[in-house]
Design a protein around this ligand. Structure first.
Ligand code: NAD
Length: 368
């Protein structure tokens, strides 16, 4: 199958590109190469005869039409997005334009192409989304996000992704576009851009810097190894029912503090400090505005209907991730100079509140 993958130079998109090529598919990687992109993420497959790259912005409809016409994909996997919650708090405009208008452009370009081809039933538009569209869960572990959980997004990022999900469903209902949707929990693993929680903790630890934790560190996330997500996405693309959505998660709920402590323990074993533990570097900083308390995914549907389940435990996955960052210094060193990396983002709104102390003076903390 020839798959047009948007956002294939990002963290998850590049894992999907690598997995799709390994599975024998042809891939057209369409990416604008924003600050979050890195073509090194796909260097291992870039010479494959089954790989093509198109630099294009999903806000540019004409460029999308040209890509469809030039490459004739059998399916689309749409991952391109602005993805960093803290950046969405400081500057929501890019999130509206890329995540909402960009998805609208993708849907229209795909619909036009699919219609011109005679509306083949085999065509798929797979929209990749997040569990953050469902809002925040109570602490009760028996309650998880299912595909029927009402949408309740709280951040500009999650609201923009929720909007895009609604558009995709509307294009299926109204125009019959053959779509499938997935909503996934927090990913981690190799090639994770160094503004997100896991890489920042690893890199700050190694640099002897503070390991900043929002609030009291009790926020819970459900962690999934990125390669398991990539496999789930390819299963959903090929076997998912039309118009259906699938939740994807690792069943690995951890508080942020537990996650950071686990990373410190792995680093203590692999790269011991002269004295003490990396956990001694943990620092608590002012919480993010609107920080959702808990996310947890019920992945029963994709497990029962499509036979997917995660293959990597969080302990194995975190160890593999730490190993990867220890072995790939050149990759992350090159990204540390990009704009905003290493700064505390998402605090402009707090700074405008006179009742709050100024978090901009506190150490940077990344978004998971
Ligand atoms: N990271 C997670 O934990 C997570 C979890 C669930 C779902 N998702 C979703 O998965 C997708 C990928 O997430 P990620 O973490 O890999 O993101 P990322 O920020 O690492 O990568 C995004 C990619 O999209 C590209 N892009 C951004 N704007 C673009 C535009 N206007 N036109 C074309 N390309 C553009 C960037 O250049 C980059 O390569 C997103 O849709 C995100 O909402 C992420």
């Amino acid at each position: 199958m020839k798959i047009l993958i948007t956002g294939g130079a990002g963290f998850i998109g590049s894992a999907v590109v690598r997995q799709a090529i390994a599975d024998g598919h042809s891939v057209v990687n369409l990416d604008a190469l924003t600050y979050a992109a890195c073509l090194d993420n796909v260097a291992g497959v870039a010479d494959s005869p089954n790989y093509a790259f198109v630099q294009a912005d999903i806000r540019d409809r004409a460029a999308l039409d040209a890509a469809f016409t030039a490459h004739h994909p059998d399916a689309v996997m749409h991952l391109a997005a602005e993805s960093h919650v803290d950046r969405s708090i400081d500057g929501p405009g890019d999130f509206i334009e890329t995540n909402i208008t960009g998805t609208y452009n993708m849907l229209e370009a795909a619909r036009s192409y699919w219609t011109a081809k005679g509306k083949p039933a085999s065509f798929r538009f797979h929209h990749i989304s997040t569990d953050e569209v469902f809002g925040s869960l109570p602490a009760d572990k028996s309650v998880k996000f299912t595909e029927d959980t009402p949408y309740d997004p709280r951040s500009p990022y999650s609201a923009s992704k929720a909007s895009s999900d609604h558009l995709v469903r509307a294009w299926h209902e109204t125009y019959g576009l053959p779509v499938v949707l997935t909503n996934c929990s927090n990913n981690y693993g190799p090639f994770h851009f160094p503004e997100k929680l896991v890489p920042v903790i690893i890199l700050n630890a190694l640099a002897g810097k503070d390991l900043p934790i929002y609030g009291d560190g009790s926020n819970v996330r459900d962690w999934l190894f990125v390669e398991d997500h990539a496999r789930a996405l390819l299963v959903a693309l090929q076997r998912g029912a039309l118009g259906r959505s699938y939740n994807i998660g690792g069943d690995n709920e951890r508080t942020n503090l537990e996650l950071v402590t686990a990373l410190c323990a792995i680093l203590d074993a692999k790269r011991p400090k002269n004295e003490g533990s990396y956990a001694d570097q943990i620092t608590y900083v002012t919480d993010r505005p609107g920080h959702d308390a808990r996310y947890a995914i019920d992945a029963t549907r994709i497990q029962d209907e499509l036979g997917w389940k995660p293959s990597v435990t969080v302990e194995e996955g975190l160890e593999r991730t730490v190993d990867w960052y220890l072995d790939n210094t050149d990759w992350w060193q090159a990204l540390l100079d990009r704009k905003g990396v290493g700064e505390r983002l998402g605090v402009k709104a707090l700074s405008e509140d006179p009742t709050m102390k100024d978090p901009a003076t506190e150490p940077a903390e990344p978004r998971a």
